[in-house]
Design a protein around this ligand. Sequence first.
Ligand code: NAP
Length: 481
Amino acid sequence: MIQSPLLKSTNGYINGKWCAADSAHTMPVINPATGETIAIVPVMGRDETTRAVDAAARTLVTPASIEQRGEWLGRLADLITEHRDELGRIITHEHGKPFAEAQGEADYAASFFRYYAGCVDYLRPKQLAERPRNHAWTVYYRPAGVAALITPWNFPLAMLAKKFSAALAADCCCVIKPSSKTPLSMVALFSLIEQIGLPPGKANLVLGPAGEISDVLCQHSAVRVISFTGSTSVGKKLIADTAPHLKRLALELGGNAPFIVFDDADVDRAVDQLMSNKFRGAGQTCVCANRVYVQQGIADAFAEKLAARANTIKIGNGMEEGVTMGPLIDRKAFDKVKRHVDDAISKGAKRVAGCAPIEPKPNEGCFFPPTVLRGVTAHMECVHDETFGPLAPIIEFQSEEEAIEAANRTEYGLAAYVFTASDERAARVIPRLSFGHVGHNTGSGPTAEAPFGGMKHSGFGREGGLEGLHDFIETQTVPRP
Ligand code: NAP
């Protein structure tokens, strides 16, 4: 069992109090590197979630000043930074990513609270410069209501930080539901939230699989916003489940990122950027390259350099010194990556880095070797489906037009990357890529200061930047003679 000063309780948190499930049902939290149970947490359901929403709705009636919100956000940013090592240790234990990456996730989470602490003034009422109908018009940004925040396991702390920071800035009251695979980072965050003096009911934590929790969040009339990060299939289900209740949705869904490298690109830089973009989190990130398109003239040099670098990755328990890639989250994730690799090889692709994975034994970690494939073509499964694992499939192309067409041939539209020395080419290609985030000569992902989100089946709404506040505010106009 994991021991931590941030995990004195491993319960949920409703109306300012730690609480177990009414039914006393519990579930284990598993360390994916070892298969060990590291904590036991409650399985909550309909009643606890209803109480959490009711508490949030009661608190919503008393607004917090803009100054107060800025202070809460700043204090939480400082506390996360102060506890980055302990939060990192907890993230590594429940997710598996290397400790340095997990510390980086804590820093990234803190950056959202710090950013919104610095821009709460944006939410002050605005007086229109004009006087239409001879009235003074004031525009107010009211909290949208109780906000349900549902997050995945791949960034157990950061995905929630993006939502909660904006929701708190907007003065919403929140009910938070983390993935049941990684609830501990959230429990640890709540032990810090407890220290910033929020009113009871402002932030509530319900734990357990979605089922009944999601039913209440979709149906309860006080919940006005559901901000969800996760798979496209669950996002679509949320659209259907909330339609009768007309709730506002912000959906950060799956990706199938193309990484396009043109002949004139700096190959070393492109390889370097792909290494950190692709293999961070063992390839279990929504923004990581899923399809690597390389122009024919540089394909040999690119593949050779990428394979050499991929073979240097050290796989293991993320808490061990020198480990640069952890396990996959579970057996299901392992089977999917293996299926994609086997499918591609059976259709003619060649493995140029990595080796056949060792079958995981029950109660052991599911480690998958970083794999680079060449000779990948459009009819292979890994091109159409998000692999969510450490597989870099190289697809060669000849013309700019062909690269654009292939990159857009997906229902997803989250992140894309373009490497070229020509600004003219970039200016032609980037506007034609239907993706919310396009890295130009960089594999860098989102940041707190910039709005990030998807197009097409990757969802709608934006997180980060001033746009990130819009999902959590209602705009009210007040004309007055
Ligand atoms: P997931 O299976 O969709 O789960 C995400 C969250 O939704 C979990 O908390 C899950 O709870 C909950 N959930 C499951 N079924 C639900 C339902 N019917 N109603 C409401 N909530 C439900 O996704 P995941 O496997 O955790 O995450 C991987 C996916 O997230 C990938 O597709 C990735 O691309 C995407 N992602 C997108 C972004 C982005 O910014 N666009 C960022 C990160 C990840 P339980 O599992 O506990 O039941």
